[in-house]
Every structure is written in structure tokens, then in C-alpha cells.
Design a binder for this molecule. Sequence first.
Ligand SMILES: Nc1ncnc2c1ncn2[C@@H]1O[C@H](COP(=O)(O)OP(=O)(O)O)[C@@H](O)[C@H]1O
Ligand SMILES: [Mg+2]
Length: 287
Amino acid sequence: MAFVYKDGVKVGATGRPLRDFAVPPTLSSHGPARIIAMCNQKGGVGKTTTTISLAASLAEYGRKVLAVDFDPQGALSAGLGVPTHDVPTVYDLLRGIEKDASKVIQHTSVPGLDVMPANIDLSAAEVHLINEVAREQILAGILRQVRNDYDVIFIDCQPSLGLLTVNALTAAHGVLIPLECEFFALRGVALLIETIDKVRDRLNPAIELDGIVATMFDPRTLHSREVIDRVVETFGDKVLDTVIGRTVKFPDASVAGQPITQFAPEHAAAHAYRQLARELIERGAVA
Ligand SMILES: Nc1ncnc2c1ncn2[C@@H]1O[C@H](COP(=O)(O)OP(=O)(O)O)[C@@H](O)[C@H]1O
Ligand SMILES: [Mg+2]
């Protein structure tokens, strides 16, 4: 974890005093899940990496976790090492080709972490759903079937604000926005917040912004620090204390089809995601 001393106090990348988040107590019973959409219409900001690593960290803490791949690229499914071809996917559920959500869910190599896979078929979903009744609420209906089996469900959104993402926001109780620490990080975030506000007004009054996660932070560059300062200035307490550093371990872990917490359990990035998991539990975003 990157920190500096300011007036004798250890200060994290966000400029706030560094805090420790306690290891959470184990849960004695499970569910119903809180549903969290991982959202940013910009690609390559760390949505999928954050979904995988956070989901795996929460599973390590004994939470029952479902990760929904909601991007036709299928990177979440691949990153968790599950097959995406010749298996039923979330697309089949959306189309009603498969009606039983539990038949689509696969276990991963991480105990307590399941995945609902996707593949390129999902790219056709928006066209098909456009004429459906209550087309924004289809994913919410699907996840209702399995919500009692999990403590938290993450939806890894595709980089767009189209109908699939609106479905995710309609199904969700909370949204996490990963932001890459680079110059144009904030571009487009206003539009994303506007979309969340519209979904709250029209479809899902309870949806909350759970937090903004700064990713790919490089403490050696002034640039990364300037971006964090801007983000904290704009979003204040919504910016989570835990900041994820930039490291090549992530691409390596995806190639291996494993979460970083399993691929390199003692790497700083694995510890960072475990801290993010503890922070979200402490904030009440996750049980
Ligand atoms: N903290 C990080 N440091 C370095 N590379 C990262 C980090 N987080 C993600 N990556 C890499 O950046 C790329 C984009 O990340 P990804 O999570 O797929 O973004 P998104 O889902 O928003 O498109 C991937 O190759 C991933 O391995
Ligand atoms: Mg992705």
C-alpha cells in the first residue's frame, strides 16, 4: 500500500489518513445477496480485474459470491478459468432459451466463488431484447432466482451504457465505478452518474453509488497522484481508501485463468484487493 507521511501521520494515496480495516467475522448464515454492478462505459479501466479479484477476496473471507459475466468479451469467465463454449450462458437466460438460472452457474477453483459465464452470443442480446416487455428488468428477474444462495452478486458490465448495462443497474443495489489513474479518467463519468440517476428515477429507486475504486495507480508518477487528487476533490468520501496499484501480475493472472489472490497470494495487489473487500464490508456494501 502506497503511503507518505503528512504531519507525522501515514497518509494513503487518497490523501486521507491510512486506516486498517478489520478482518471481518465469518457469517453464520448466507444470503440474500446484495447485488453490485461494476460499471464504467470506458474499457480497460479494471472492471473485470476488480470483479474477479474482489469476488475472490470476499470468498476467502467466507462470503458466498456469484460473479455475472455481462460482457460479450467473456473476459470474466476466462479470467476465472471456466469454459464459455458449449455451455449455457447468461445470454440463454436473457432470451428465455434456458429458464433455470442455477443451470448456468459454474463453480470456480476458488471455494465459495461461482460464475455465470458469457460469450460472444451476448453481443446479440440488445437487439433481441429491444422489443421485450419490461426489457430493462430481465436480469433482475434472473438474479432473483438465485439471490438467496449468495451473500453478494457482482455484475461485470461491458464498456457501454446500453440496454445490458441498464439491466445491470436495474438489478443492482449498488454500483462500484473503477477509475484508471490516467489523465482522461474523469471523462465520461458525469454521463455514467447521469445514467445511474435516470435508472434511480425510473426503474430502481434504491440504487446507491457504493464507491469509486482508483485502479492502476503508479505512485512514482506525479500524474497518477494528480488524477487521484482530482477524483477525491470531485467525489469526496465516495472514493474508497483502498487504491489498486499498477502491476503486470494482473495480465499474468488472467492468462493463468486465476484470480490474483490465488495466482500470487502474497503480492501487494492481492493484499490490496483483500483490503478493498474488508473496506466494503466495513462500509456495509457487502455483508
Ligand atoms: N492494477 C492493474 N495494473 C496493471 N494492469 C491491470 C490492472 N488492472 C487491470 N489491468 C489490466 O488492464 C487490462 C484491462 O483491465 P480490465 O479489468 O479487463 O478492464 P475492463 O474490464 O474495465 O475493460 C487487462 O489486461 C488487465 O489485466
Ligand atoms: Mg471487462
